[in-house]
Structures are given as C-alpha cells and as structure tokens.
Design a protein around this ligand. Structure first.
Ligand SMILES: Nc1ncnc2c1ncn2[C@@H]1O[C@H](COP(=O)(O)OP(=O)(O)OP(=O)(O)O)[C@@H](O)[C@H]1O
Length: 528
C-alpha cells in the first residue's frame, strides 16, 4: 500500500503589497519521488513552501494533494493532511530529552501520558528509524548534525505522506548528508512518503532527486527529470542566459567567470593575524575553545572546517570582541588586538558575521541605513557632525547594483529581504573597502550559486590584494574550493590541518565527525 502523497500547485500566486513573489506557479510532485526545488535567492522557494504548509495564504491558485484541492488555512491543517516540514532553523526544545521532544512533535500535549508505554513505543520507533539517537539525551548533548537528525525524526514519527525540507543538510558532515538524503530517498521509493526539498547544492539534486522544479523571480521556469541533467544546465535555468551575461553582472563576478578564473597567487606574506593559546567559554560556561594556536598570513585564506557547534562560533565571536577571551593572546600585525572600533579602523579588520540579519543588521531599518552603519558619521556621508542629505542613499544604490541585492529599493526595511539578499547587503557594506584582516563566518550560507560565485570572487580578490582571510564554513566543498589551507575544529580544538591542494575530502570529513579525536589530541600549530 502506498502512503506517499501527490502534490500539485495550480497557478499559485502570492503578492506582498505591489510585489509578486509567486506568479501562477504550477508544480507537479509525483508520489513516492524526491523532488528538488531550486532557485536563486529571492526566487520564491520559501514562499511557495509556506503556502503549501499553510503558513501563508496564497492570493490565487490552488494546492492539490492526492489530486484534490485543499484549503490550508494553518500549519495544523496541513499537518492533519499528512504534510511534515523540516525547517532550516532548529525547533527542538533545548531543556527536554530526545524522548520528550519526540512526544511534543505533534505540536500538542497528550491528554494522558503513560511514560512506560510512550517510551517503549518511542524505542520501537527508534529501532526502526533510519538513524538512532539516545532517548535520554538532551539537545545540548547532541552535535548539530544529530539535532538536524532529531528534527527529521520528529517529522518521521508523524508518518508524513509528504515531507518538505528546507536545506536539510546545511549542518551535516558530507557523510551525514549522504546518509540522510539516501535514507529519505529509500523511504520515498518504498512508497512511504513523497519528499520535496529546497537546496542550493547541485550535487545533492543530481545524486538524490528524481525530478526538479526551478523558480526564477517567482515564475516556474523549468521542470524536468534529474536523470541526464547536468549542473551547468540546472544553473543556466536558475539564472537564465540573460542574467549570466546581463548588464548588471560585472564580467569578473559572473558565476562562470568567478569560479573558473585561476587567481593570480603569490606566496603568502607576513603574519597578519596570530592566535596563541586562545581559550573561550561557551554560553553555558563550558570550554568551547580549548586553547588554539593559528597564524594567518597576508595573501592567504585559512579555512576552519567543522560541524557547527564545535567552537567555531565562539572562536569567531571572541576574535570580533563579542565574547570574552578566557586565556591566550590575539595579535594583528604584531599588535595586541582587542577588536575596538578604533583598532578595527586603524588595523583594517573587517568581518562578515554569522546570521547577518541578527548579528550584523537592524532589521527594521532601511537597506541604505544598514549599508551605511559603518560610515554614516564620516565623510562623504557626514561633515562637521552633520549628515549630508542623499549621500548615503546614493552610495547604497551603487552597492545594491554592484552586489546585486534584490530589494524593492534602498528604503525597504532590511527584514523584508530574503535571507540571501540580507547576506549580499552586509557583504556590500563589509567588502566595499579594502581590509588587511577579514574574519568571515559562513559567508555563503543560504546563497544561491551565482551569489556564491560572486562572494567567492570577492574573497579571492581580497586575498590576492593582500588580505589575511580567516573563514569558518560548515560547507567543506566551499572551503576546498576557496581556501589555501584548512584546519579542522572538533570539540574546541584544531584536530587536523592540511593544504587544500591535494587534500582528501573523505579524510577531512572523518576528522569533522570527531573520528580521530582523543582526549590527548594536541592542538596543531598551523604555519605556512
Ligand atoms: N513577508 C514578506 N514581505 C515582503 N516581501 C517578502 C516577504 N516574504 C518574502 N518576500 C519577498 O519575496 C521574494 C521571495 O522570497 P523567498 O523567501 O520566497 O525567496 P527564496 O527563494 O526562499 O530565497 P532564499 O534562497 O534567499 O531563501 C523575495 O524578494 C522577498 O524579499
């Protein structure tokens, strides 16, 4: 018997004010298949999915499940029809055990709880589940990858007939990503459920999806079987031929140019950033960074690989002055570095924070004001303490075009932009002036491939111009493509280091999973 549900949308439309986010989109997701949803940042993928799970109401068109039209006034209504959704952000409750989190998965408290019966049911579910987690563990005990698996288990427990996932592999090691997607495909092909997943990774589409729909600027521009497709065909339909060669895309930053151009490398120069015995505590007082040493030289990109939650965030926050350093020393160009505003200006240290809407912007303020946060009180935008009317808006318009930020104008609130476009706006602010040291955290998280290519081109250009770049990324492929050297961080320590040329993806992935970690693993001094 098949449980998998067919999903179709018929001419689905959604407007925000005068802006059309979805324009008569008709997709066809066959039961028992894995269907990928591709599109540039701001193409309308999340909006489409939100209309299907009842989180937003379309302005026109219909959603058909199992061939029948359904009204979906709320997420609860979608759930009742067998639709499960795994969001990009975590929804597990931190203080509750895995068992308690699973019990809450239905979104309501049970009328009677017989814990013995519940536990044995959950254990039986776990024994047959594609991945196992200890029922008594709390989310704090779990790695980010395990928490992502718990999110998926919560949905599988509800036996969804249609499972929708928004970039489900962003916090997984390459091995875990393959395991999760492989398992979901098996379940789909066994007829247990239909899978619709948003992803920016072509590798995942080509390896795991059966069919793919591509959105561009709110319009369905391609729908096809994956078999026989190539990454470049998918990329071309995402951006359209005109966009790749379009006038707003400078030749050096188009997707094709940016990732294939061989950067003119010179040997790295003097040490610009040095960490010695740096220790940092995490939010719960645990030692998140356990005494690390590192040197980053002018003209090189050093990438920190690792599954999120292994101390990378705390390390970068400590470097940026947003978290106290418990012990150790940080120097920039030989000077003790405390990350004050004056030092950042003087030593030319710039940063791209993680989750830029939360950490690098004021959501209610306009795009122009956010782009001007560093410079609004300095010439040419201010003279003798007075703002120069129109100056910042003019500069913001230039940067919006140059960095291809999709916005309804420089006066639109930052929070109205799609995730990827917030990132572009912050990049515009941070990369528009030269930097000697760049501290970068997950710079392309959630960005589509043209934006990734642009950001990478800009980071390479900074490196080639002499910047010392320290970059944390959860995407190993990105680091292998971009960095000159990689250090792997696991449980607050650097457990592995290698040059990128000739590095083994599998080997690094194993270290990311903590495979080689022992209590006595020494920190690695990483020098050029
Ligand atoms: N609540 C809202 N108010 C105004 N505009 C919105 C709202 N939600 C989305 N939009 C706009 O609709 C467009 C589509 O956004 P959506 O989040 O669906 O894109 P996406 O394809 O999921 O992008 P990303 O890959 O960056 O997450 C964007 O231009 C966005 O600014």
């Amino acid at each position: 018997m098949t449980h998998a549900l067919a999903l179709q949308t018929f001419e689905l439309s959604k407007r925000f004010g005068s802006f059309t986010a979805l324009d008569r989109v008709s997709i066809d997701v066959r039961p028992g298949t894995v269907h990928a949803l591709l599109g540039e940042n701001g193409a309308g993928k999340s909006t489409l999915v939100k209309c299907i799970v009842g989180y937003q109401q379309p302005d026109g068109g219909a959603v058909l499940l199992g061939g029948r039209e359904h009204d979906l006034p709320s997420p609860a209504a979608a759930r009742a029809l067998g639709i499960g959704m795994v969001y990009q952000h975590f929804t597990v409750v931190p203080g509750m055990t895995v068992a308690e989190n699973l019990l809450m998965a239905k979104g309501e408290l049970p009328a009677v709880v017989n814990w013995r019966a519940v536990r044995s049911e959950l254990q039986a579910f776990m024994d047959s589940a594609p991945f196992r987690l200890p029922l008594d563990a709390t989310p704090q005990d779990l790695s980010a990858g395990e928490r992502q698996k718990l999110e998926i288990l919560k949905q599988l427990l509800l036996k969804p007939r249609l499972l929708i996932l928004d970039e489900p592999t962003s916090v997984l090691t390459p091995q875990e990503a393959d395991e999760v997607l492989g398992t979901l495909r098996e379940r789909a092909h066994a007829g247990l459920c239909t899978v619709l997943m948003i992803t920016h990774k072509f590798r995942e589409v080509l390896a795991f999806a059966d069919e793919v729909s591509v959105l561009r600027r709110g319009v369905l521009v391609a729908a096809r079987a994956v078999q026989g497709a190539t990454a470049s065909e998918l990329g071309a339909s995402m951006v359209g031929a005109a966009a790749v060669a379009g006038p707003e895309a400078p030749a050096s930053t188009t997707a094709a140019a940016a990732d294939t151009a061989a950067p003119p490398r010179t040997a790295p120069g003097a040490v610009r950033l040095a960490l010695q015995g740096l220790q940092v505590r995490g939010d719960r007082g645990e030692r998140a960074v356990a005494g690390v040493d590192l040197e980053v030289r002018a003209g090189e990109i050093v990438g920190i690989a690792g599954v999120s939650g292994n101390g990378q965030r705390e390390l970068m926050e400590a470097l940026a002055g947003q978290r106290p350093r418990e012990a150790g020393r940080v120097t920039v160009a030989g000077v003790d570095y405390r990350a004050t505003r004056a030092q950042n200006r003087h030593l030319k240290v710039r940063g791209l924070p993680e989750e830029p809407l939360r950490n690098g912007c004021v959501g209610g303020m306009s795009v122009a004001d956010n782009i001007g946060l560093r410079s609004f009180d300095r010439p040419p935008h201010a003279r003798a303490g007075l703002r120069v009317p129109g100056s910042l808006a003019q500069r913001a318009r230039e940067l919006i075009t140059q960095f291809r930020v999709k916005t309804q104008g420089e006066h639109a609130p930052m929070a109205s932009l799609s995730g990827g476009n917030v990132q572009r706006a912050v990049l515009a602010r941070e990369l528009s002036e030269p930097a000697d040291v760049l501290l970068v955290s997950n710079p392309v998280f959630g960005l589509d491939f043209t934006a990734v290519a642009e950001v990478h081109a800009r980071l390479r250009a900074a490196r080639d111009g002499g910047s010392a770049v320290l970059m944390v990324s959860e995407d190993l492929d990105e680091l292998l493509q971009l960095a000159d050297r990689i250090v792997v961080m696991s449980e607050g320590r650097f457990v592995h280091a290698c040059d990128c040329a000739g590095a083994s993806r599998h080997d690094i992935g194993r270290h990311m999973g903590g495979g080689e970690l022992t209590d006595n693993t020494p920190d690695l001094k990483v020098a050029a």
